[in-house]
Each structure stands twice: as C-alpha cells, then as structure tokens.
Ligand binder design. Structure first.
Ligand SMILES: Cc1cc2nc3c(=O)[nH]c(=O)nc-3n(C[C@H](O)[C@H](O)[C@H](O)COP(=O)(O)OP(=O)(O)OC[C@H]3O[C@@H](n4cnc5c(N)ncnc54)[C@H](O)[C@@H]3O)c2cc1C
Length: 525
C-alpha cells in the first residue's frame, strides 16, 4: 500500500525524505519509501515556491490516514495512470497485405506511424517537406532573407510539422495510458526524464529538433517507409472508399487505410478531402495578435522582483465579458521569440517559439478572441480558411509586401494612435508600424482591448508602454471539422482517417499526437 502526498514543499537538492516527514508530521524513520511524481511552481502567493506530489510508503499507514491530513490519501490505480505514465505497448503482428498510408509527419502523423510500425504494420509515411536539419537551415536562411519562402518546406511544413519550431509545451490535463505512450516515447527518443514529472513540461524547439531523427530511424528500423518531398495531391476513391493516394508527380500508392494528418496550414489538403467527398463542417476559431513584453516585466509582475533561480515567469489569462467576444492568452512563450508562421507566399501570420532554456529577452503570447463560425459567413467547410486568408493577405500588404509584420504598441491601439514608434522586438523579419484596426476585424479588436485592460489589472504593465502587438495570429485552431465515426474513419469516405489539428480534433502537440495514436490503435485492434 502507498499514499499520495500532495502539497509538499520541494527544493532543488533538498532532503526530500525530511520534507515529506515534516509534511506528514512524523519522524524521518517513519517514511519507508517515496517517489516524486509531479512538481510545479506554486504561483498563488507573492513568495513563489515549488510544491511536489509524492507516492509515499510509511511504516504506520493506518495511523497516518486516521489523522485525515489535507492532501494525503491512499494511492489509487487512477493515480498510477495519472502520474506514472504506464505504457500500453502495441502487440506486434505480421505486416498486412497492403500497408497503411500516413500523410503528414507532424505530431499526429508521427505518433500514428510509430504505433502502426511498432504493431508490425510497416506504414508508408508521406511528408511534403524535408527532414528537420534541412528545415532548420531553410528557415534560418529565409529569416536572414538569403532565400525566398519555400511553400513546401518551412516553419510549418516538414518533419515534425508545426510543432518543430515551437515552444514545445507538452502539458495537458489528461493523464492516461495513451498519454503515457506519447511521453515515454518522447523520453525514449531524447526528451529529458523530467518531462514526466513537471506539471508544466515543455521541450523547446532545440530539444524537439533532437528527438525527431531518432524517431525517424526507429520507424525505418521497424520497416516503415518514410518519404520526404512527397506531397499528396489526390485520393484514389472507388465506390465511396479511399484506396490510396496520388502524389504531385502522378505516382499512385495503394494502402489498406489512409490516415490524413496534414495539419491546419495545408489548406490544399483540406480542399482535397472535401473535393473527394469527406464530409465536414465549419467551426469557430480564435484569432488576434501576439503581445510581446520584456520577460523582466512578466517576472516582476509574477514574482514581485527579479526571478533569480526561478523559471522565466509564465501566465494564462482569460476574459469573459458579459457582452462581446471572449478572449484569452494562448500559447505563452516565456523567454521566447515571435516568429513568422506562414507557408503560403504573400501572407503574414505570426506565432511564438522558444528554446529549452527560455532565455530570450522577451516573453510573448497570443491574445486571441473566440470567433463563432457565423461571423465569417460559414456556408461551406472552406469558409473559415478564406476568412483567415484574407486577413493574412491584408497583413502582407500592410507589412510593405516583404513579410514585415504589422505591429502597434498596446497604448497606441488603446488611444487610437496610428504610426507610433515601435519598441525593439524579437520578430526576425522586421515590423511595420500599423493601425491594427486595418488588419483585424473591429469585433476582434474590441475583444482584444477588453482583455488587455482586464489583464493589465491582474499583471501590472501588461497593457503599458512596453507592450507591443504583432499581428495577425490567425492559425490557433482549425476552422473545419471532419465527420468521423468512433474508429476515426470519415463517415462519408470509408478507408479515410482524418486526424489531428487539420481534422479539427486537436489544438496542440500532445492532443494531435493523441488523436493520431488513437486512430492507429483503432486500426490495429
Ligand atoms: C510557431 C508555433 C508554435 C507552437 N507552439 C506550440 C506549443 O508550444 N505547444 C503545443 O501544444 N502546440 C504548439 N503549436 C501548435 C502545434 O504545433 C500543432 O497543434 C501541431 O503541430 C498539430 O499537429 P498535426 O500533426 O495535426 O499537424 P502539423 O503539425 O501541422 O503537421 C502536418 C504535417 O503534414 C504535412 N503535410 C501537409 N499537407 C501534406 C500533403 N498534402 N502531403 C504530404 N504531407 C503534407 C506538413 O508538411 C506537416 O509536416 C505551435 C504551432 C506553431 C506554428
């Protein structure tokens, strides 16, 4: 038997057994064994401290439980699933007569492919972009303006998908066997074991780039064929069934099933599914702009002073007004940079990225407003994409047609002042001082203004003179959702399995990975 002991103060290099004994108000000898299962920074008070959750064995468990200490209770099977990431490994079988096809090597496609490969299914994995090392070179060269944007191989397309150049936040509220598979695999391919214990785990773009090549090697070892620069442009459909795919050069590949994990930036892939008869509906999205502050401002507002050894401070804020659209901060990147995240030429769209150490001078997050599908006149599944695209195109025009991003200081947006001077920013392609009312719809601006004022009341300086808005952030969620059955199969096109963010069932690295994994598991049962 064991106990779950939460809210135990934790210190780097501290005597954990003594801390647990103090927490349980027993002698150190009374603690027979313990395992740290989760730790998080307690940001509820001005004086920050780490709090840990332990699985603890004590000599006198019955006596201890009889004292009814707050946050101390018997360890359950649910806790084991929630905290120790028990892994459900696939059963290995012989390869099927025809291999499954996985299109896209973002988190959804990679985890679907990994499960299939580990089950012995020898999938064919098709990715329109290139391997990660070539991608890093291409993206850096574009940011230095040495080459043009490559629409097939960029910040969102290529090995690792949109998650490669990200902050790599990998936390989620879910804790179950499937999540265990994702986390254990991340660790197997090079993530630090601490991600299993951190409540707010993140990898950073540098770590993600290191994890991808061993994952790809593992796929190859298991008999999967990984093909880069292989853009799928058509589906082979007969009698309402998807039998395979057609590549850009006309090559046709037949498979036992086709998993489409092409993300929400591949609008051509979404159109391809719709044209082939995959049933889908438009859905609401959230759009806005990135707000950038000096990280010291966020540290000061959170810690009440310099952060010292504490991590770069983070925030999660929401504003739900009684009238108007709700808004929230999204994808906060402490010690990170704002990046151009467009794959389409002549479009501007921004996002945030950071390295594992999170040591950049700036902090950024998206301030996004929830927009119902009715706002963009949702009459067909592509309506939301057209609406996003018009905003991104306008931003390109306003950004001098050379990929500068439109930007405005928060105080200038509040005061309705256009053309003001801009502070220094992390954005690599430069900014153009612009009235953001020209970029974003008025209802979105109104939602952002309400949220900025509310956030400023919670964090002093949030809407102050050092706060800069860089626009537009249009790709936080997919504006379409494909209809699927309980296996993840399209309800109108048998043999087709749309998964991940582009299918409208995920909104981040881990949720996309889980969605791809679930479909792969359904296919191997
Ligand atoms: C800059 C940035 C930062 C982010 N930060 C975070 C974060 O910190 N935490 C988090 O949880 N999420 C973050 N996200 C979101 C996260 O990256 C996505 O939710 C996730 O990557 C979606 O996974 P996916 O596999 O569904 O699609 P994607 O990652 O978009 O992958 C789709 C893949 O399919 C390929 N593809 C597309 N069309 C075709 C085709 N026709 N043929 C062949 N291949 C094709 C693409 O090249 C791509 O590699 C961030 C996103 C960006 C852009």
């Amino acid at each position: 038997m064991a106990l779950l002991v939460s809210e135990t103060p934790w210190e780097q290099g501290g005597d954990e057994r003594r801390a647990i004994a103090r927490r349980l108000k027993i002698g150190v000898d009374g603690v027979s064994d313990y395992v740290l299962v989760r730790k998080s920074l307690d940001a509820r008070h001005r004086k920050q401290r780490w709090l840990a959750v332990y699985r603890v064995e004590v000599r006198d468990e019955a006596g201890l439980l009889a004292r009814n200490l707050h946050g101390v209770r018997p360890w359950t099977e649910r806790d084991a699933a929630r905290y120790t990431f028990d892994v459900d490994e696939p059963v290995r079988r012989g390869p099927p007569a025809l291999p499954p096809i996985v299109v896209g090597m973002g988190p959804a496609g990679m985890f679907a492919a990994l499960w299939l490969a580990e089950s012995g299914a020898e999938p064919i994995v098709l990715e329109r972009g290139g391997p990660v090392d070539e991608r890093v070179t291409a993206v850096n060269a574009w940011w230095r303006r040495q080459v043009d944007l490559d629409p097939e191989h960029n910040l969102v397309f290529g090995e690792g998908g949109a998650g490669t150049f990200s902050d790599g936040k990998i936390y989620t509220r879910r804790r179950d066997g499937e999540l265990g598979y994702v986390f254990r695999k991340l660790v197997q391919f090079g993530a630090d074991e601490s991600v299993l214990k951190e409540a707010w785990a993140h990898l950073g773009t540098d770590r993600i780039r290191q994890i991808l090549p061993p994952l790809r090697e593992r796929l190859a070892q298991l008999g999967a064929q990984v093909r880069f620069r292989a853009r799928v442009t058509g589906l082979l459909v007969e009698d309402g069934r998807c039998l395979g795919v057609r590549l850009e050069d006309g090559e046709e590949i037949r498979g036992s099933s086709v998993i489409i994990a092409t993300g929400h930036s591949a609008r051509d892939a979404v159109q391809m599914l719709v044209d082939a008869g995959a049933s889908a509906e438009p859905r609401g999205i959230a759009i806005g702009a990135r707000v950038e502050h000096p990280q010291t401002l966020i540290d000061q507002a959170t810690y009440g002073g310099e952060r010292g050894p504490l991590p770069a401070a983070s925030y999660r804020l929401a504003h739900n007004p009684s009238e108007g659209l709700a808004a929230r901060s999204f994808c906060m990147c402490p010690g990170g940079v704002v990046v151009p995240a467009n794959n389409h030429p002549e479009r501007v769209v921004v996002n945030g990225m950071s390295f594992a150490a999170r040591r950049a001078f700036w902090a950024n997050s998206a301030i996004i407003v929830e927009v119902p599908a009715s706002m963009y006149g949702a009459d067909d599944p592509m309506a939301g994409f057209r609406w996003q695209d018009a905003i991104e195109r306008r931003a390109f025009e306003l950004g001098d047609r050379d990929y500068r991003a439109p930007a405005q200081r928060v105080v200038d947006l509040i005061d309705g002042r256009a053309g003001g001077e801009l502070p220094r920013s992390s954005y690599p392609l430069g900014l153009t001082s612009t009235d953001l009312r020209e970029v974003l719809p008025e209802a979105v601006i109104a939602g952002m203004l309400g949220a900025l004022a509310a956030f400023d009341r919670k964090m002093s300086g949030f809407a102050g003179p050092d706060a800069l808005l860089i626009a537009p952030e249009t790709r936080t969620t997919s504006p379409v959702r494909f209809h699927r059955d309980e296996m993840g199969q399209s309800t109108s096109l048998r043999g087709l399995y749309p998964v991940g963010e582009g299918a409208g069932y995920a909104g981040g690295i881990v949720s996309s990975a889980l969605d791809g994994l679930r479909t792969a598991r359904a296919l191997t049962h």
